[in-house]
Structures are given as structure tokens and as C-alpha cells.
Design a protein around this ligand. Structure first.
Ligand code: ZN
Length: 198
């Protein structure tokens, strides 16, 4: 298992478009495995390649113990609107409500480069849109009003010093802290459904 460093807000790669994957290789399969390991350790439900400093058009998701790899995903249909609180592994501890399409249809390739079509509503729909945004240099903050974005940037100013070189390193201490936090959230899950998108 290898954990990758997560690039945080301010790292230029988060703002770059990705390149479509032409061919699945052993190296890219390893990247996918490492992305899952990193996402699970960070207690996220989605992670896109730019977040680990890579420029391939690949994202991984796992909402409910159903690991999903999206290669070259494209949103082919957006319907309705919905609002949901989002967070991001690249912008730790900042959460805002974001308005997005209520339903999306996504066409992508799986890890074997076979075509897949996914339909997403609710948390899954939000997560698909959040991760596909990452593959085009876009962050959830971009969907906020100017005032809210300014507030978010002020919040981030207080957080960012924790991340030297704009990298979030998943040290054993950090992983233990996140696991404890996650357990706490799970115990609250009966009352409040967890809606974090990362
Ligand atoms: Zn994110």
C-alpha cells in the first residue's frame, strides 16, 4: 500500500486540466490502487488524479463500499438542481453548501478501458460532479457566490499554514486522528446523514 501526498488549495496542479488516458498501463493501475489507498486513509469518498499531483483524467469514488474507477469521464446529461454541503480532501476543514445539477448521467471508461454509463442523484450525483470538476481544474469553491468564496478563502488562510509545500501528508498520526474523527461521525450517523463530499 502506498499513500500519496494530497495537494491542497494553492497547488497549481489543482487548477490544470487533465489529459485523457489513451491506454491503461501497469503504472496507471498502480496509481489507481494508490489513489484508493490514499482516499480511504483520508476518509474521503472521492479522489481525482490532480489531487495527488497527476495529470491523467482519472478519478476514484467509493460511497458505499462500491469502489468505482472513472477514466475519461464526461457528463452527458444534467437535470434539475440540488444543494448539498461539500468538503474536499484538498481543502481540509472547509465546508460549504453548493448548488449543482440534481441528476447527472456520466459516460466513462472503467479500469479495463471498458465503457460504463452511470446515473447519479443525491450524494452520488454530487460526488460525480465534484470529482469530474477536479479533472478540469475546478474546485467546489468556484460554485460559491463571491461573498461566500471570500469567506472560504479567509477560513483557508487560517488553515493553510498546516500544509508546508501545499502538500497534505498522511502521516500515521494524521491517519489515526482521521479514523477517530470518522468513528465519531459514524456514531452520529443515525441522526444526521453524512453528506460530505471530498
Ligand atoms: Zn475535492
Amino acid at each position: 500500500m502506498s499513500l500519496l501526498d494530497i495537494h491542497v488549495l494553492g497547488s497549481p496542479i489543482l487548477r490544470r486540466d487533465t489529459l485523457p488516458v489513451q491506454q491503461m498501463t501497469t503504472e496507471l493501475r498502480e496509481l489507481v490502487t494508490d489513489m484508493f489507498d490514499t482516499m480511504y486513509a483520508a476518509k474521503g469518498i472521492g479522489l481525482a488524479a490532480p489531487q495527488v499531483g497527476r495529470s491523467e483524467r482519472i478519478a476514484v469514488l467509493d460511497l458505499d463500499k462500491q469502489p468505482l474507477v472513472l477514466v475519461n469521464p464526461v457528463i452527458t446529461l444534467r437535470q434539475g438542481r440540488s444543494r448539498r454541503e461539500e468538503g474536499c480532501l484538498s481543502i481540509p476543514d472547509i465546508h460549504y453548501e453548493v448548488e449543482r445539477a440534481g441528476k447527472v448521467v456520466v459516460q466513462a471508461l472503467d479500469v479495463d478501458m471498458q465503457p460504463i454509463t452511470l446515473e447519479g442523484t443525491d450524494l452520488f450525483g454530487t460526488c460525480l460532479q465534484h470529482e469530474i470538476d477536479h479533472l478540469h481544474g475546478k474546485l467546489f469553491l468556484d460554485h460559491l457566490s463571491i461573498l461566500k468564496r471570500r469567506q472560504a478563502m479567509r477560513d483557508w488562510d487560517e488553515e493553510k499554514d498546516q500544509y508546508p509545500d501545499l502538500l497534505r501528508r498522511l502521516t500515521p498520526e494524521e491517519i489515526a486522528r482521521l479514523a477517530a474523527e470518522d468513528e465519531e461521525l459514524d456514531s452520529e450517523a443515525d441522526e444526521h446523514q453524512r453528506t460530505d463530499v471530498r
